[in-house]
Design a protein around this ligand. Structure first.
Ligand code: AMP
Length: 290
């Protein structure tokens, strides 16, 4: 496994691999790797000849009051995990290497970003698609792997690849969870003991909302009753709980067959997100309150 910090060096190495007819699989991350990232890497390992992992905490996707500085980082630990997962190259650039000191162009998201995290983190997805476009142009993989944990990000990247004609197959990978149901996240280490004990309730709320929606077809009521419960939680506050069509991220209608129920919840220093994507037969369904 080789660690590469320079764009030009990585391009050269990838060209050599491509000259040998090798298929490149790419996993972009912000590091502080866990089993969720490992699952992406293992999918990439199985389906490609060469696996490239990028580790880059991207400043342009953090708002001014967000946790860019306190985002957990541990490159030595990441290297060990990456090596165990059979990564061939870790791309580990500096901010200066990625952005230079005077960027004149960036990518802007036009749809799928007016809800969920896009609503509470203005500019976040513009930062994401800008850095992902740059990484795609540098690595030029056959396939790129993204977690369904960040389902809105995955939906927006599917739009990016379609709209800007990237010849890259986007693979969505299922969410990895702790035994108690908490979705793995690099930010989980910043939860207090009490918050960590409380946090599995996010997934419980999602399952309950989905069940209520499936049983009643009453979207507003399913959301309202889970929200009422969440309001009683003293350890944090609800950012959003929504049911939308997926991947369009619109209010569901009679034609909707794939849904997402998604939550964001703020603890003292950490904001956690989670979701369930599910299918429901549309023919027989009469959704109330849409
Ligand atoms: P991050 O380092 O948080 O930017 O995540 C890098 C990639 O790993 C993204 O595509 C995430 O969706 C994915 N990922 C993060 N957590 C999980 C998880 N618990 N299960 C599956 N994929 C995940």
């Amino acid at each position: 496994m080789k660690v590469v910090r320079k764009i030009s060096e990585l391009r050269g190495l990838i060209q050599l691999e491509k000259n040998l007819g090798k298929k490149i699989g790419f996993v972009p991350t912000m590091g502080y790797l866990h089993e969720g990232h490992a699952s992406l890497l293992s999918h990439a390992r199985t389906e490609n000849d060469v696996v490239i992992l990028s580790i880059f905490v991207n400043p342009t996707q953090f708002g001014p009051n967000e946790d860019f500085d306190s985002y957990p980082r541990d490159f030595e630990r990441d290297e060990k995990i990456a090596s165990k997962e059979g990564v061939d190259y870790i791309f580990y650039p500096s901010v200066l290497e990625m952005y230079g000191d005077n960027a004149t162009v960036s990518v802007v998201v036009k749809d799928r970003n007016d809800v969920l995290c896009g609503k509470s983190r203005p500019g976040h997805f513009d930062g994401v698609v800008t850095v992902v476009s740059k990484l795609f142009n540098i690595v030029n993989p056959s396939k790129a792997y993204f977690g369904k944990k960040d389902a809105q990000q995955l939906a927006i990247i599917q739009g990016l690849v379609r709209d800007l004609n990237f010849d890259i197959e986007i693979i969505g990978v299922d969410i990895k969870r702790e035994l108690d149901g908490l979705a793995l996240s690099s930010r989980n280490v910043r939860l207090s003991i009490e918050e960590r004990e409380n946090a599995p309730m996010l997934y419980e709320c999602l399952k309950e909302t989905r069940k209520m929606f499936e049983e009643s077809n009453d979207l507003d009521n399913a959301i309202r009753s889970t929200k009422a419960k969440l309001m009683e939680n003293q350890l944090g506050s609800l950012d959003y709980l929504e049911i939308l069509s997926y991947p369009e991220l619109k209010k569901p209608d009679k034609k909707t067959t794939t849904f997402i129920v998604a939550i964001a919840f703020r603890y003292s220093t950490v904001r956690l997100i989670d979701n369930i994507i599910f299918k429901k037969e549309s023919e027989k369904m009469e959704i109330k309150n849409v």
